[in-house]
Design a protein around this ligand. Structure first.
Ligand code: SF4
Length: 372
């Protein structure tokens, strides 16, 4: 049984130095700490987040989250509107939201300040806020991503203990498509859990169902990450239910099982990820489902910067999926979207090569985009 504790916090809005190139988020808000859904692979259990030890039962409610956010955005002299990711280390629509409505309050504020929004959730409670999400989408940009890792309800119960069943999550996408006109919605097929949710049958079924739900995209991540306490927790559950798989994990993540600590790699062996990524790319083509969400484009000096960066970052993603050298396109894209002036003005001065990571190839690409 979860306990709820209200706490004061000094800040509510995280400002990223570099935009998250998967979800296009510049900012992040977590209205709660801890998550009642208790997924056994949850990365938020890792020490780097300093969250409650009893992550799924000890739920912290950020007191006055909406008011704090309003104050922060009202007084922000240096912040420009950009995509705010709601959730990340917590599910913004876990059961506590029905009582405290911190997420809804934050969305109301973001809507008033005209900030675009990306929501990542496993919960059908998000449908409660369709009115608000449609308004944000109409005035600006709104995207709802529903995480679905397995089509098998029994496996979902093992991996994502208290989260709504996969069928209900697909229904979130269907309902958004039916009832809104301005909300982009798709599936986060991540993490792919080795030997538990990576079968050809499961991947195919998820893509088929995403297609049937008319998802706008399916974002895919083959490499389930493993880090300190998160890995320890996951392996404990794996050993209890699927002891025969422990050795396979030892090989994939290069460690020797020790219930006290984890000393393996952060990601599975790249040969594994590349193989799974190729399967996914083939399915994405088969079902005609984009593997990237369309990003928000600002209407100020950043417009061309973001359009060009999107293309470079999409290219970097594809190269990375194929296990090749991707970092130059990635960093060129990141540095372009962080420019403090329009790339058109830089091009006019013939100074494109002075942008970090813009080599001859990227420069030609930019000129082609700008038609110069
Ligand atoms: S829903 Fe997300 S935040 Fe919550 S436990 Fe699962 S993975 Fe973690």
């Amino acid at each position: 049984m979860a306990t709820y504790t209200e706490k004061d916090f000094k800040s509510i809005l995280l400002v990223r130095k570099f935009i998250d190139s998967w979800f296009w988020e510049r900012y992040a808000i977590n209205p709660y700490n801890g998550c009642q859904f208790g997924c056994i692979y949850c990365d938020s259990r890792s020490q780097k987040y300093y969250l409650p030890t009893d992550f799924e039962n000890d739920i912290i409610i950020k007191k006055n989250a909406g008011e704090m956010l309003d104050k922060r955005l009202t007084n922000a002299r240096t912040l420009l509107p950009d995509v705010v990711g709601v959730g990340g280390t917590t599910d913004p629509y876990q059961p506590v939201e029905t009582k405290y409505e911190n997420t809804r309050r934050c969305l109301e504020v973001l809507g008033r300040h005209r900030y675009p929004v990306h929501i990542a959730t496993k919960s059908n409670l998000v449908l409660r806020d369709l009115d608000l999400l449609e308004k944000i989408g109409k005035n600006n940009w709104c995207t709802v991503s529903t995480t679905i890792t397995t089509a098998d309800p029994d496996m979902a119960r093992f991996l994502e203990t208290r989260a709504p069943a996969p069928e209900l999550r697909f229904n979130v996408i269907k309902t958004i498509k039916e009832k809104t006109k301005h909300v982009q919605t798709g599936v986060l097929l991540m993490p792919v859990v080795p030997f538990l949710s990576d079968s050809d049958g499961n991947l195919e079924e998820l893509m088929r169902a995403a297609n049937e739900s008319e998802a706008d995209y399916v974002l895919f991540g083959a490499g389930m990450t493993m880090r300190d306490l998160q890995a320890k927790w996951f392996l404990k559950h794996l050993k209890e239910k699927y002891p025969e798989l422990v050795q396979k994990y030892e090989e994939l993540y290069h460690f020797k099982y020790n219930p006290e600590s984890y000393a393996g790699t952060y990601e599975p062996d790249s040969s594994y990820s590349i193989k799974i990524n190729e399967k996914f790319l083939a399915l994405s083509k088969k079902y005609n489902l984009p593997y990237r969400a369309k990003r928000w484009i600002p209407n100020d000096y950043r417009k061309e910067n973001y359009i060009i960066a999107e293309k470079l970052l999409n290219e970097a993603y594809l190269i990375q999926m194929r296990g090749k050298q991707w970092s130059n396109s990635f960093w060129a894209g990141q540095n372009i979207q962080n420019l403090r002036e329009s790339i058109c003005d830089i091009a006019k001065r013939n100074e494109l090569s002075e942008i970090r990571n813009v080599n001859g190839k990227v420069e030609s690409f930019i000129k082609e985009q700008l038609r110069i």
